[in-house]
Design a protein around this ligand. Sequence first.
Ligand code: AMP
Ligand code: MN
Ligand code: MN
Length: 333
Amino acid sequence: MTTPTPEVLPAPQFAAAWHAMAQAERILIVTHVKPDGDAIGALCGLALALRELGKPPLAVVDGSVPEYLRFIPGSDATVPRVTAGDFDVMISVDASDEERTGAPGVYGRAHSALVINIDHHPTNTAFGALHVIVPDAVSTTQILFDLLSIADRPISQAVAGALLAGMVTDTIGFRTNNVTPRTLEIAQALMRAGASLHEIMTRTLGTMSWRNVELWKYALQTVALEKGVISAAITREAIKLAHMSQPSDSGGFVGFLNSTEEARIAAVFKEVEDGKVEMSFRAKPGFDVATLALSLGGGGHRLAAGVTLSGTLEEVQARVLPLLQQAAADGAS
Ligand code: AMP
Ligand code: MN
Ligand code: MN
């Protein structure tokens, strides 16, 4: 396999992180709650690579792997919780802060000698003793590709599939403004290793359940555009009417809203359990939603961020919409 040339010299942390993993016997891997394709791709890709190295880790997904991501190689070898055992190393992938690692992270921090934090969110809080944080990477799976390349590890078909799934989902099919020629070189290398780009595209971006279409139907009835911000709500009522217990992918909907020509920023407010509202923000290049998300206790990237707040839908919208409109007026500083 041809290895794309790195654009930047590998951070010394790459070698330190790989060394720590290769030395460890008992390895725990965790990712963020409400996992997306990059979270599952990174967790499974790294788990498969360590298994191939003769160090099968415990890979935990808080709750379980969302139905639409179960095609990702290695996802059937994940477990929904960890409640026993001690570990030499806990590796957190694609999680920008400790809280995002959910219950598996709480257990892992208390029962692991070392925490390694591998992520690409610029809002990463640098938790853990060893960090491999590369904000320029389009996905955490891209960082893992570099890590395995630097460690001179071959990339199997299964690992390639998991890593490419993370790149495809976080770039919405290579459409985001952080995609470079090197991103496509890595994707090409992963395809050469046997990953099916078509299968990943179809399963993650090219398929919607009828229930999801119905959910969009109800959500679109609430859509509004004001001061450069397009927003919509996904209410408990709409979730019930669409016969959904827990809608998994809100990213597709907020991305669709953000394609509106007149909008600078898009926001989806989703009513979740316990009087909480989960928000997904997207911005056009030149604007920034990460700073606002971070200031509210969430995180993300400049153009894609999120936060969950307590309160009714109306309260949260009244608080957050003016802040989003301000971000749309400011542009990126
Ligand atoms: P989403 O809108 O859920 O696709 O998330 C967009 C980006 O924001 C992703 O990179 C998420 O990891 C990040 N994000 C979403 N919600 C939160 C949160 N509550 N805390 C930190 N980061 C978040
Ligand atoms: Mn993610
Ligand atoms: Mn990611």
